[in-house]
Design a protein around this ligand. Structure first.
Ligand code: ATP
Ligand code: MG
Length: 573
């Protein structure tokens, strides 16, 4: 491609809402163009990179025996009603009607569509397993689209679905196989990533893993062990039970049980100061409103130790809700609760509650008395049965449940997600096959996603400097750029054209900067495009020398003109 003819229009300024390097450079380098919240046009450079990422994913998936399909983006809402997700999915699901008043959704994911496809063709265990995927536009009306391609509303996803006769086959020939395949894809893209345990929603269990590109700008917090390979999204992380600290550092208030006047002492910090005891021995009550299908809402109180924080995803799963939202003091009062003094004793009728696992059997606690200005002393937590759930945030410095090592937090960008679905969709959609004994059974499924467009952002987050992105060899928009320093110099131009023709013949994807611009301008553009190497044809040509620039280091190497093809081929190999 000749720069003079290319649709490349680099910008000096970044968009005002761009804070991340990936967002800034992808727009400034004219890879993408923002046209509304979470909506982007892919320009020729961006499309090339996107296609490369997509091709690598496709190659590895096809090698693993997956088959590509392309299902309709506009999806009849009937299917979503059958699965029960029409209500549950919330506002991210864009619903609309056609001229005949028929209802549709824009696919945010395609479980229903895939199950519908497979149930109409696959009838016997002999036709299983099967793994179908597509690389296709998705639409999610995200509440906070931001960071460019990282969290768009319209974005490109690879979504795959596998169908099996039983769980063992799903794990071996679906889930585990995809874990390997995804690792291969991300390795080929040159990413530094980690596979972590992920939240599996209300289904629970360890049936879900995320692929996290490690980057400070990542939206996800992951918990990793300093000593072993344990890693989990904070939404799913576990730890060894916290050791009990010393009861009190200062003067203790004598615990005789019963109510104790604690005027205006409402927060955990105030309470710890008042009684001079460690927050571990205080019970924190976090009230939330849980939202369910058909507009049902319920106030739920989560009880945790004063030294802990509530993990909202865990809490949401614990009550099987679609979402948890904040609840106002007035709403609490209306429900018969006393804000600032909510405790386990005297909870009003109809208030649901969950207690953190680590409070099971705990003693010597101080908790709210459900009465203005009073706390309850010497509280014990008896066996509340299934009210105990893991609902706390694993903190830095906590102890690894696997090896006893120290846990720490780090940030990641979720680039892929693999999930053991079981019969979550095949059952409601009545997608069944006949097993070896002629018995009808629902398919056991797995579902596997990759954020193809988000990968562009993830790659740049991991690989950039203060001048622009540094694409890896497998993802760069061009293999090489040839910069003719001064297009008016006949010898420079002639050599540039010659090399351009020869390299193209060899199958190298070259960008020839043949514009009538200053050299400084051209090199800035080169840096902003992030192409792995540039050949600079300039003044030294008089001595038979040209330069090769390595985008990563920006080091320049002088090469004799007659050696250049050899050297370039070696570098690109
Ligand atoms: P997130 O927690 O980031 O919202 P998710 O759990 O909703 O992700 P999945 O439903 O598992 O994501 O979708 C599969 C993949 O699609 C994700 O791993 C991610 O890489 C990508 N993805 C999800 N939402 C977006 C988005 N709004 N923009 C770009 N990519 C996305
Ligand atoms: Mg999401």
């Amino acid at each position: 491609m000749r720069f003079s003819e290319a649709f490349i229009h680099t910008l000096k300024e970044a968009p005002s809402d761009a804070t991340l390097p990936s967002h800034i450079y992808l727009v400034r380098g004219s890879f993408i163009q923002g046209i509304g919240a979470g909506l982007y046009n892919f320009l020729p450079l961006g499309k090339k990179v996107l296609d490369k990422v997509r091709a690598i994913a496709k190659e590895e998936l096809d090698k693993a025996g997956c088959q590509e399909v392309d299902l309709a983006f506009v999806t009849p809402s009937e299917l979503w009603k059958e699965s029960g997700r029409y209500e549950k999915y919330g506002k991210e699901l864009l619903r609309f009607k056609d001229r005949k008043d028929a209802e549709f959704v824009l696919g945010p994911t395609h479980e229903e569509m895939m199950v519908n496809l497979v149930r109409s063709f696959i009838k016997s265990y002999k036709q299983l397993p099967i793994n179908l995927y597509q690389i296709k536009t998705k639409f999610r009306d995200e509440i906070r689209p931001r960071f460019g391609l990282m969290r768009g509303r319209e974005f490109l996803m690879k979504d795959g679905y596998s169908f099996h006769k039983d769980e063992a086959d799903m794990i071996e020939n679906g889930f585990n196989k995809m874990e390997k395949t995804y690792s291969n894809i991300f390795k080929r893209l040159g990413l530094d990533f980690r596979i972590v345990e992920a939240d599996s929603g209300a289904i629970g269990g360890s049936g879900s893993k995320e692929f996290m590109a490690l980057a400070d700008s990542g939206e996800d917090t992951i918990v990793v062990c300093e000593s072993c390979d344990y890693g989990a999204n904070i939404e799913a992380a576990i730890r060894a039970k916290r050791e009990a600290p010393k009861y009190s550092e200062g003067e203790e208030v004598e615990m005789t049980g019963g109510k104790f006047l604690t005027p205006n002492i409402k927060t955990i910090d105030e309470l710890a100061d008042f009684f001079h005891i460690d927050k571990y021995y205080l019970v924190k009550a976090v009230a939330k409103k849980a939202l369910y299908d058909e507009g049902v809402e319920k106030i739920v109180v989560f009880f945790i130790r004063g030294c802990e924080e509530l993990e909202e995803t865990k809490a949401c799963n614990a009550v099987n809700a679609n979402e948890l939202i904040d609840v106002s003091e007035d709403e609490l009062k209306e429900a018969g609760l006393t804000p600032g003094y909510i405790g386990l004793t005297n909870l009003p009728q109809g208030i649901d509650y969950i207690i953190d696992n680590e409070l099971r059997g705990a003693k010597q606690l101080i908790a709210g008395a459900n009465e203005e200005n009073y706390h309850q002393l010497d509280v014990r937590i008896p066996d509340y049965g299934d009210k105990f759930k893991d609902i706390i945030v694993v903190q830095e410095g906590d102890i690894c449940a696997k090896c006893g090592g120290k846990l720490k937090h780090t940030k990641g960008i979720e680039i892929g997600h693999i999930f053991q679905l079981g019969t979550r969709y095949s059952e409601p959609l009545k997608a069944e096959f006949l097993d070896e004994n002629g018995k009808s059974k629902p398919f056991v499924m797995g579902t596997y996603g990759i954020g193809i467009s988000r990968l562009l952002a993830a790659i740049v987050e991991q690989s950039h400097d203060d001048k622009g992105p540094i694409w890896t060899k497998t993802t760069a928009p061009f293999d090489l750029e040839i910069i003719i320093s001064n297009i008016k110099k006949e010898e420079e131009k002639k050599l540039g054209e010659e090399l351009y023709a020869k390299l193209q013949e060899e199958g190298v994807d070259v960008l020839l900067d043949d514009r009538k611009e200053r050299f400084g301008f051209k090199i800035k553009d080169y840096e902003l495009l992030g192409i792995p190497y540039a050949i600079i044809i300039g003044k030294k040509l008089a001595d038979g020398l040209i330069e090769i620039v390595d985008r990563k280091t920006l080091n320049k190497e002088e090469i004799q003109v007659d050696k250049i093809l050899e050297v370039i081929k070696e570098k690109l190999a």
